[in-house]
Design a protein around this ligand. Structure first.
Ligand code: ATP
Length: 317
């Protein structure tokens, strides 16, 4: 099916006969595959008598060679469709694949957010990206790591034409109040000895519509008004991640604390911090040198950390 898509991706018209010859199949088999492409991948294909078939929008598929330009030491696996790039990355660790390595997909059928939430992942529109690192006996290297990833994603987005991309603790990337990227770190092994951490990143790149997201969202295309080449963005993300991870390793999170705070969209804002059934009202002061949230609660500064916490702006803010 993807061979057919590769023939169509230029956005030009192709006759059923030419497609059949290129694929070595009959015209009716071409027709069936086209219907399958539309149903399975949600693509729109124009059919015009006498001219043939044309993709409604030209398509650029992910290309490992282009993505690897800045980080040749990070081997890349690209899937047409996968449950979740994080899930595949964890399976690869289990199979003994040597880190660092990258897993990307054109779509995810069970893309995941925090606490079992779903990440909308339509075909060939966005980036679904997981980088696996091996961490040897260094709890310090895990401190604030998801915030560091947020900085790298934010900088890659700014380079892609989204100058207003900013951060929301702990690891969302927003433009104003709209989510443009999500980050999900998953860890296997013993953090005090040897472990692998999967840095899962979903970035809305060319998505213009979806009925799968129940909060305000945006994409690079919606913000910049231009189609964004996902291969260029992924290569930029690689180099930003490499640079920030190196700084994190040499300076620890404290070296990045001020930069993170300077890009925190909710600095000084009144918020509710939700921890399961509990809710704490406070005003954001910033983060500490391990990436924990500093909140002024009833006039006293308190520090909060942990994967189960969610921050919401207070209605009166
Ligand atoms: P938290 O503040 O706890 O992180 P969150 O709603 O941002 O809350 P995440 O787990 O980070 O939660 O992300 C999952 C949520 O993001 C989903 O429940 C959905 O509301 C939203 N979402 C899903 N897919 C997308 C997408 N492609 N773009 C933007 N937002 C999405």
């Amino acid at each position: 099916m993807l061979t057919l898509l590769n023939l169509l991706k230029d956005g030009r018209f192709h006759s059923g006969q030419a497609l059949g010859v290129a694929l070595g199949i009959s015209r009716s088999a071409v027709w069936k595959q086209l219907q399958h492409l539309e149903a399975e991948l949600g693509l729109t294909i124009h059919k015009v008598r006498g001219r043939g078939y044309q993709l409604a929008d030209p398509l650029t598929l992910l290309d490992a060679e282009k993505i690897a330009v800045s980080t040749p030491g990070w081997p890349i696996s690209i899937f047409d469709s996968i449950d979740s790039t994080n899930a595949e990355a964890l399976r690869a660790v289990d199979r003994g694949q040597t880190a660092p390595f990258l897993v990307l997909a054109e779509r995810q059928v069970s893309g995941r957010g925090r606490r079992g939430r779903k990440w909308a992942s339509p075909f060939a529109e966005n980036l679904y990206y997981s980088l696996v690192l091996r961490i040897d006996g260094g709890m310090r290297r895990l401190e604030g790591l998801s915030l560091v990833v947020g900085l790298a994603v934010m900088q890659a987005l700014r380079k892609a034409g989204v100058p207003d991309a900013g951060l929301k603790w702990p690891n969302d990337v927003l433009v104003g109040d709209k989510k443009i990227a999500g980050i999900l770190l998953e860890l296997v092994g013993d953090p005090a000895d040897v472990c692998h951490v999967v840095l899962g990143i979903g970035i809305n790149v060319n998505m213009q519509a979806t009925d799968e997201v129940d909060q305000r969202w945006t994409s690079v295309r919606l913000e910049s008004g231009r189609i964004c080449d996902r291969n260029v963005l992924a290569a930029e993300l690689n180099s930003q991640l490499r640079a920030y991870l190196q700084r994190h390793e040499s300076e620890g999170f404290s070296g990045l604390q001020a930069e993170w705070e300077a890009n925190h969209l909710w600095q000084g804002r009144p918020v509710s911090l939700i921890a399961g059934v509990n809710q704490i009202e406070g005003v954001v002061q910033g983060i500490d040198n391990q990436g924990a949230l500093r909140l002024k609660v009833n006039g006293v500064e308190k520090v909060f950390s942990g994967g189960e916490l969610s921050l919401r702006l207070r209605d009166d803010s």
